[in-house]
Design a protein around this ligand. Sequence first.
Ligand SMILES: [Zn+2]
Length: 398
Amino acid sequence: MLRPIGQIAAPLAQQYGTSITQRATGLQRTATAIWRSLQGGIQPVQYANGARCIKIKVGHSGKTFGLGRQQDCVAKQPKLRTFSQASAVTNESVVSQRDDDAGQVSGVQTTLAVSITRRGVGLHSGVESIVTLLPAPAGTGRSFIVEGSNQSSQEIPAHVDYVSDTRLSTAVRAGDCTVQTVEHLLSALQGLGVHNVRVQMTGGNEIPLLDGSASGWVAACKEAGIVPAVDGNGKHVERRSRTLKEVVTVREGDAWVAGFPSARPMLTYGIHFPQVPAIGGPHWYTYTPEEGPGTSFENDVAPARTFGVFEQFEQLRVAGLIKGGSLENALVCSISKGWLNPPLRFPNEPCRHKLLDLIGDLALAEVDGSGFPNAHVVAYKASHTLHVKFAKALLQKM
Ligand SMILES: [Zn+2]
C-alpha cells in the first residue's frame, strides 16, 4: 500500500536499514521541494531476485521513481534505467523503470474504492437511466455493462474500436447493445485518473447529462474514493504513460486536430462562431494536466457545460436528437438574443467544454492506464467524429 510521504523514515529503518532510509528521506525532501505536493506515497518492492527497491510516488500525476541499489535493479531488471536528473539531486543511485515500447511507468493503476450510483436523463434519448460505477481489477480498463434485448448483459470496452456513432455525441456498441453519450463520464474518469471501472447501465442506454458538465461525475468518483487497483493476485499493476513519437494530424474542411510530441501532456482547444456573436471568437484555451497547484481538471475543465445554438434546435429535434436537452442542463445561445440562461461559469465556458469533450474522446485510446498522452494535442473547430479519428491515429503513433 502507498503510505503518506511524511511517514517514510521510521518503517523504512525497520525494514530496509538506515542507508536506504537516508536515500528515501533525501528523495522525499527533493520531491517536496520540486513538486510541493500534498499527495504521494511509498511502495516497497522486492523483485524475484531478492533485490529491494522502493517506489516513491510523487504528486497528483503519480510520477514514480524506483530507489534502491542500482546494480541490483539494472542487472536483474534489464528495463530499468538510471534517472539521471533525480540522481544528480540526491547524489544517490535512483532508477526509473522504463520500457520504450510499452510506455513509461508512471505510477500504479487505480479504481474506485466502492461502487456509486447516479441517475438522470440522457441528452439525446430523453430517457432516464441509472448508472452504477463499479470498482474493477487492475488491468481490466474501463467498460460499460448494458442489458441486451434478450435480458442478457453485454460488456462494451470503452475503446475506439467499439465506437459506433459520433453525431453530436459519442456512442460505443457491441453486438446489439449501444451506450450513448459516453464522453462526459469518460472525461471525468480520465481527468481524475480512474483507470479501471465498470459502468453498469440500467433503465436506459444513454449516460445521464446531469448538469451538462462533468462535475457530477467528478463528485461521484471522489465520493466513492480513488484507490490503487489490484489484479486477480492481489498485486498492484503499473500504469504506463505513452509518448507520441511523431506529429499526427486529422482534418475535415477547416476543422482539425493535431498532436505534437511533448515531454508532458498539454491540450489546447480553439473554437470560432462568427455567426453567433455572443460566442464569437476565435477563442483558445489550454489545459496542462500536470501543471501542479492552482490547476486541476476538477476546477478548470469539469464544470464547463454543454452548449448549443437556439436556432439549430428545431433541426436537431426533427432529427430525433436532444430530446433531453433543457435550459437546466445546457447553455443555450441565440444568434439574435445572445445567451438565454446566463451566467456562464467561465467567460470561455464553451471552449473549455469542447476541451472536456476532447479529453473524453481521447480516453477511448487508453491502454494500460496510459492516461493523458505525452503530447500537445491541439484541436480547432473539431467534432466528436474528428476527435475519435484522431484518437485512432494517436494509437498508431505511440
Ligand atoms: Zn460535451
